[in-house]
Design a protein around this ligand. Structure first.
Ligand SMILES: Cc1cc2nc3c(=O)[nH]c(=O)nc-3n(C[C@H](O)[C@H](O)[C@H](O)COP(=O)(O)OP(=O)(O)OC[C@H]3O[C@@H](n4cnc5c(N)ncnc54)[C@H](O)[C@@H]3O)c2cc1C
Length: 232
């Protein structure tokens, strides 16, 4: 994690292990781009709710989308504050005692005001970005999105401005005495990978092969599409 001149605002200040924190946009953007989904937190009628969603990023704009009847779309019509969290779990950190077990991770927390995107051009670009975010190279293979399809979805944007990043990377932090014990300790690397080759839909006509952008998806992830930190 590069050192950064950016500083925390009051609600983004990481208090525990602040040396693992960054408030730098680029650090956050790398996590946002690698995460395939996020969790959107909001307070509704005085109680918190946290909803998993997919997302896309264009520069400093973060996009979410939902049916106009969905809670997020209603929240955006009211210009509500949201908190969006992105989590990449990189490893199980196994220590010599239960208390020192941990995870290696990269996470980002973003605060902002959810705003409905009304500009049709921006909305279309965002809809394409959701597909490209999950499967780069796919959009050009698809039929065009119709005007009705654009109308039938709400796109919500917020600025990637008020944010924090936290990264844990490395072995267990055991005491000197524990490190001398004959107990295995180490890291089990974790990540999001394809669990098998793509399964072709039964109604795909004969002769339509799995395209490269699909076949490459698993390879891209396994090879570390975004350079993962080394663990040991
Ligand atoms: C997958 C995963 C599992 C975790 N499990 C635990 C657990 O079981 N127990 C535990 O105590 N901690 C856990 N953590 C760490 C946890 O996320 C907090 O960092 C930690 O609780 C200390 O928070 P705090 O008191 O410093 O900040 P808080 O007072 O909780 O939050 C203040 C601000 O700090 C920022 N912030 C806090 N944590 C993060 C973060 N992880 N990433 C980005 N910004 C952050 C936010 O902007 C937040 O508004 C886990 C982290 C991850 C990614």
């Amino acid at each position: 994690m590069p050192t950064t001149p950016s500083t925390a605002r009051e609600r983004t200040q990481v208090r525990r292990k602040p040396e693992r924190a960054s408030y730098d946009f680029e650090d956050a953007a790398a996590i946002v781009d690698e995460a395939i989904y996020c969790h959107v937190g909001i307070v509704r009628d005085g109680a918190p709710v946290v909803i998993p969603m997919v997302h896309a990023r264009d520069g400093r704009r973060l996009y979410l989308h939902a049916s106009p009847a969905a809670g997020l779309a209603r929240d955006a019509r009211k210009g509500e504050q949201v908190c969006v969290t992105f989590t990449l779990v990189d490893g199980l950190v196994l220590a010599r005692c239960g208390r020192s077990h941990s995870l290696n991770y990269r996470s980002a927390v973003v605060f902002g005001t959810a705003a409905r995107v009304t500009d049709e051009g921006e909305k279309r670009r965002a809809l394409e970005a959701f597909v490209e975010h999950a499967v780069p190279g796919r959009s050009e293979h698809l039929r065009s999105t119709t005007e009705r399809e654009v109308r039938e979805v709400d796109v919500v944007a917020l600025d990637l401005d008020e944010l924090s990043v936290k990264v844990r990377n490395g072995p267990a932090v055991d005491s000197d005495a524990d490190r001398a014990l004959p107990i295995w300790a180490g890291v089990v690397p974790l990540g999001l990978v394809a669990t098998g080759p793509a399964v072709t839909d039964a109604e795909v006509p004969d002769g339509v092969a799995v395209p490269d952008h699909v076949a490459r998806w698993g390879e891209r992830q396994a090879a570390g599409f975004v350079a993962r930190p080394s663990y040991m």
